[in-house]
Design a protein around this ligand. Structure first.
Ligand code: GLC
Length: 435
């Protein structure tokens, strides 16, 4: 396991967190990139700033729902690419205190989540489509303006890098202990094409990432930082993609601490008209798949412009709440099973294993009829039960117990008897107490 400067121990045992994308883009409600997707002018985008009034914002309710879902930490967009700040920063007027909301919304979030016993993180966008010093590039809303090049001249990236340091200092000074700082994102290798050949992507050198990160570490030594400032840190962050193996460090081959981030429906910000919401089974499987490969899942909610989680998001969170209430033991403090156990894994199943190695959890993605067979596990299991209700599951070793099967023995085979009807759980879990 690769060692990194931040405190990864709590993080790896927590396994499950809530991502929250909330900003002005909740109002157009058609993706958090709407400003650049639709090349909206400052003047037009300003209407959201003037009307931002989340009168139903109740972060205690968010925190309660996160906790009920089994999430143990949260990461909220203090600032997303649009540049709007949810806190009372002294470095810009483009902040919640100057909208009808009239207050520091980030502070309320921090207090509410902490009060529920959840760890608190900030997402901070490196990209900024509002700041006058952020040079226009191929992702910028002004990229297709006829005078884009002229508009971009004189924009001073070094001043913008200083602005980021000033803001990060505020975020990590004025809100108590912050557990995660989630920078997003770098695209330094990109170059404009054709008429845009003058455009440059942005990466570590542009952000002055080393200085930004050392500042963060000097203020909060244990903080976890992701890898998206283009500098390797504590967390590797695959997005909208489920790895098939535990991520490894590209040079040393060591396992790294990784966190998959995922959405309920595709967009990160609130999207009113999106219909690609994931099924309950898919939601549970994504969590299990992640922990089965030694990773964390950061599952996103995009609250509405009025500040609450809409019914679809609430329903998705309830899926996790219902499942985690009884099955969290196969998630918290669990990780990828030992290699020799992985060899015993039946089809359509996933293992996780407790850190101390004493319990093995078999997750049934497709419910098999009557028996589940684990080659190689005979002699290793002391007791077996369904995790959700603690009901015993009887097992035999070396053969399937039925007159019609014949007496052929299969050394090492463990056969667990299952009820013929799948229990009413999206993904049933069998808890195996190892000898
Ligand atoms: C992306 C997007 C973004 C989202 C993030 C979450 O990089 O730019 O909108 O915040 O991924 O991982």
């Amino acid at each position: 396991m690769r060692r990194t400067p931040g405190d990864t121990a709590w993080f790896r045992s927590a396994r499950f967190g809530m991502f929250i994308h909330w900003g002005l883009y909740a109002m157009p409600a058609r993706h958090e990139w709407v400003k650049t997707n639709e090349r909206i002018s400052e003047a037009d985008y300003d209407r959201y700033f003037r009307h931002f009034d989340p009168d139903l914002y109740d972060p205690r309710d968010w925190a309660r729902q996160a906790k009920a879902a089994g999430m143990r930490y949260a990461v909220l967009t203090a600032k997303h690419h649009e540049g709007f700040c949810l806190w009372d920063t002294q470095y810009t007027d483009y902040k919640s205190t100057h909208t009808p909301a009239g207050r520091d919304l980030l502070r309320e979030y921090v207090e509410a989540f902490r009060a529920e016993g959840l760890r608190v993180g900030f997402y901070y966008s490196l990209i900024d489509w509002h700041h006058p010093d952020f040079p226009i590039d191929m992702l910028h809303p002004r990229r297709d303006d006829p005078d884009a090049r002229r508009l971009s001249e004189g924009r001073d990236m070094r001043r913008y890098a200083q602005y980021m340091r000033d803001q990060v200092r505020e975020l990590l000074t004025n809100y108590g202990k912050i557990d995660i700082l989630w920078f997003d994102f770098s695209y330094g290798e990109r170059r404009g094409e054709g008429k845009d050949a003058w455009m440059r992507g942005k990466g570590a050198a542009d952000w002055e990432a080393d200085a930004l990160i050392s500042l963060a570490r000097s203020l909060q030594p244990e903080i976890l930082i992701d890898n998206r400032a283009d500098v390797e840190q504590d967390l590797w962050t695959p997005e909208q993609y489920q790895p098939l193996e535990w991520l490894r460090h590209p040079e040393t081959g060591e396992y790294v601490t990784w966190e998959a981030c995922q959405t309920f429906s595709g967009s990160w910000g609130y999207h009113r008209d999106e219909s690609s919401w994931k099924s309950p089974e898919m939601l549970i499987r994504m969590l299990v798949n992640t922990v089965a490969l030694g990773g964390n899942l950061l599952m996103n909610v995009g609250p509405t412009a009025r500040g609450y989680f809409d019914r679809r998001a609430e329903a998705a969170l309830r899926v996790y709440a219902d499942w985690m209430r009884y099955n969290a033991r196969s998630i918290y403090g669990c990780t990828m099973a030992e290699p020799e156990l992985l060899n015993c894994l039946p089809a359509d199943c996933r293992f996780t294993q407790s850190e101390d190695g004493t319990r093995l959890y078999l997750h049934l993605f497709a419910y098999p009829y009557a028996h589940v067979q684990l080659p190689g596990l005979a002699g290793k299991v002391e007791y077996a039960q369904f995790l959700h209700d603690g009901s015993e599951l009887r097992f035999t070793e070396g053969h399937v117990e039925h007159f019609s099967v014949g007496a052929a023995r299969q050394d090492g085979l463990l056969v667990i008897e299952l009820p013929p009807v799948k229990p009413d759980v999206p993904v049933p879990v069998i808890e195996l107490f190892l000898k």
